[in-house]
Design a protein around this ligand. Structure first.
Ligand code: FCB
Length: 440
């Protein structure tokens, strides 16, 4: 049996996002977000479900923080619902919304759980979408003002400030495939959105630092490793193209200060408008980068590979392939000069059942986490500077277009009663956070 020890100050945590857990979609003066609008539009979400109530975390956050303590979490990654604090996205503040996050942060600090805050996890105020959303550069300026407002209010207690969660998903799912809010399917819009998100990130970092020079600013990117199906030069080239068509579109501007050449070929006439000075704004030095990792793509030049024979798949249809996480971490570490890394999401959806003893035995999720923790530890031995790990997710929640059908939680949520039950994976994780090590 091998033992993998982690550094003593390693930041073990769990992650969530406002729209996925809070509920209270129109309470206490909250404005409508694009996810409220999208989920209320028939046919957009599996079973036409909505996040109107979700995990009711808005009313139950104290109970949820007690669960975090039970799991021994050192950090909790959560996001602010922009429309909860600024119902129209700008200017008019909703004091009750700010109070909610104030109380949440106070309660986290009292429980000794480090708040790890995301400013944008996809729920743009609908009022800003009505003015063109992220396609309109003005949204980036509104984002900077919103960032400053939040840092002013919470910066004395919140050290970690993430501008964006997964800009690639906002770009491609929200504006190209239309699977996510706002449901646009337009390549030209999507690439302008991608660039404007980067501009907003840069303006957000400036606003965060100008408001409080003591806090840390970062961004969260999701990276799928692209592995070649064979060692043939064709497959290796195809895997590189797959990687360059999505992941480098955000890594390169942020960490190299220019867009990848391959992206220009790919985007062609849908090239976004870029203003003088944008690239310097986008590539400001960051205090950390968050990486979300779930799976990989196996790429062949000859054919599209949907299923890898012999591999295990999660309920999302994503292959379980932990070694790809180490390869991806080493790859980006070699290719870029990165700040310290936090794994800001990693986890798996499986069909859980409550057994007769009232427990949730979820050995596959437990094993998924164990394998990915080990590969992360090995990447650290390879020289990658990784400071913490947030499991997706603290509890089952609203999985975007899939509604409540995909369960990622360390804690089960019964959506009828809102009862929370710590799963076996959660008990196991409590042991990891307590002992700071894993046994294979
Ligand atoms: C990520 C999202 C997160 C969650 C997981 C499963 O792309 O950031 O909100 O939905 O996928």
């Amino acid at each position: 049996m091998a033992t993998y020890k982690f550094p003593h100050n390693f930041l073990w945590g769990a992650a969530s996002a406002a729209y996925q857990v809070e509920g209270a979609w129109n309470e206490d003066g909250k404005g409508e977000s694009i996810w409220d609008r999208f989920s209320h539009t028939s046919g957009k979400i599996d079973d036409n479900l909505t996040g109107d109530i979700a995990c009711d975390h808005y009313h139950r956050f104290e109970e949820d923080i007690a669960l975090m303590r039970q799991l021994g979490l050192k950090a909790y990654r959560f996001s602010i619902g922009w429309a909860r604090v600024l119902p129209n996205g700008r200017e008019r503040i909703n004091p009750a919304g700010l109070d909610f996050y104030d109380r949440l942060v106070d309660a986290l600090c009292a429980a000794n759980v480090e708040p790890f805050l995301t400013l944008y996890h996809w729920d743009l105020p609908q009022a800003l979408q009505d003015e063109g959303g992220w396609e309109n550069r003005n949204t980036a300026y509104a984002f900077a003002d919103y960032s400053a407002l939040m840092v002013k209010r919470l910066g004395d207690r919140v050290k970690y400030w993430t501008t964006f969660n997964e800009p690639s998903v906002v770009t491609f799912d929200g504006n190209l495939s239309g699977k996510h809010a706002p449901g646009i399917q337009d390549a030209r819009v999507a690439y302008q959105v991608a660039h404007n998100l980067m501009v907003a990130h840069g303006l957000g970092v400036q606003a965060i630092r100008n408001t409080n020079s003591k806090v840390e600013a970062g961004i969260v990117l999701n990276l799928w490793m692209a592995d070649p199906a064979t060692d043939s030069p064709e497959d290796i080239a195809a895997a590189e193209t797959a990687w360059n068509s999505s992941e480098t579109l955000f890594l390169d501007p942020i960490f190299k200060g220019h867009y990848p050449l391959a992206a220009y070929d790919l985007v062609g006439e849908d090239m976004p408008k870029i203003q003088d000075g944008d690239m310097a704004l986008i590539s400001q030095e960051l205090d950390y980068v968050g990486i979300n990792f779930y799976s990989r793509n196996l790429v062949s030049a000859a054919q599209k590979i949907d299923k890898v024979p012999g591999s295990e798949y999660t309920e999302m249809g994503w292959e379980v392939c932990a070694p790809a996480m180490r390869r991806m971490l080493v790859k980006i570490n070699n290719a870029y000069k990165l700040p310290p890394i936090y794994i800001t999401e990693n986890g798996s959806a499986f069909k859980d059942e409550v057994s007769a003893d009232g427990k949730v035995h979820d050995p596959r999720r437990l094993d998924y986490l164990k394998q990915h923790f080990i590969q992360t530890r090995l990447a650290m031995q390879d020289g990658v500077d990784i400071r913490g790990y947030m499991v997706w997710s603290l509890m089952d929640n609203f999985e975007w277009g899939h509604g409540f059908t995909k369960r990622f939680g360390l804690v089960r949520v019964d959506y009828e009663t809102q009862k929370r039950t710590v799963k076996d994976s959660g008990d196991w994780y409590a042991e990891v956070t307590r002992t700071n090590q894993i046994h294979d």
